[in-house]
Design a protein around this ligand. Structure first.
Ligand code: G3P
Length: 224
């Protein structure tokens, strides 16, 4: 499973990239708004840190506006992926861009039929928002499961990107279902290698090793 970070914050992206397991980045207008940075400049900076796909979202809601924005965004770097909303105009723009060889991430996906249509339109990624469905007492993971089955039934290549991840268990479940990618906030990435038994176990190993070292040195013969 590929791991993307869901942020436009450079420090977070650098820290995650330093872990050596980061495959890409997703941004959205809300994440960029937190950064107080020029949108295009920030995307350029992100693309210098990460070679993998970097999703950049348009804010137009009509086909032609989306294409015009996409044309500017793809000039930033070769790894820019155009993020479009899962609405009819977005679907049309997805088809136009995909036919031109531009990679598209269809976002704000909340039901499997949106995922079916965007796959038919050639999307590179589809982003079902797990956490936002859970937030309103739905089952976000069930949507990932349904999309997985539909894509496998028909052999669609579109990658399922589990988005709106709130906690580590979301990632475990997405991986068990077979989501191709998870995009994860930095706070949750930081939790992925943590376990209290690892910490206490390591503490004990190191303490025992110190004892071993002192036993060895006390057995050393005194130098003549
Ligand atoms: O990048 C889109 C997505 O991951 C949004 O997450 O937490 O705003 O629902 P959230």
């Amino acid at each position: 499973m590929d791991l993307y970070i869901d942020t436009a914050n450079l420090d977070e992206i650098r820290q995650a990239a330093d872990m050596g397991v980061l495959d890409g980045v997703t941004t959205n207008p809300s994440l960029v708004a937190k950064e107080n940075a020029d949108f295009h400049d920030r995307l350029g900076e992100i693309c210098e840190i990460v070679n993998g796909p970097v999703s950049a979202e348009v804010v137009s809601t009509d086909h032609d506006g989306m294409i015009a924005e996409a044309d500017e965004l793809i000039k930033i770097a070769d790894n820019i992926v155009i993020k479009l909303p899962s609405i009819v105009e977005g679907l049309k723009a997805c088809k136009t861009l995909s036919d031109r060889g531009v990679r598209v991430n269809m976002t704000l996906c909340f039901q499997p039929l949106q995922a079916l249509l965007v796959a038919k339109a050639g999307a590179f990624l589809v982003s079902p928002f797990v956490g936002r469905v859970d937030d309103i007492s739905g089952d976000g993971m069930e949507i990932i499961q349904q999309i997985r089955q539909i894509y496998d039934n028909y052999g669609y290549d579109t990658k399922i990107l589990a988005a709106s991840i709130r906690h580590p268990l979301h990632i475990v479940n997405a991986a068990l279902i077979g989501a191709d990618v998870c995009t994860v906030p930095f706070k949750v990435i930081a939790q992925m290698m943590n376990h209290p038994l690892t910490d206490s176990g390591l503490k004990k190993f190191l303490a025992d090793w110190e004892k071993t070292k002192s036993q060895k040195s006390s057995k050393q013969p005194a130098m003549a």
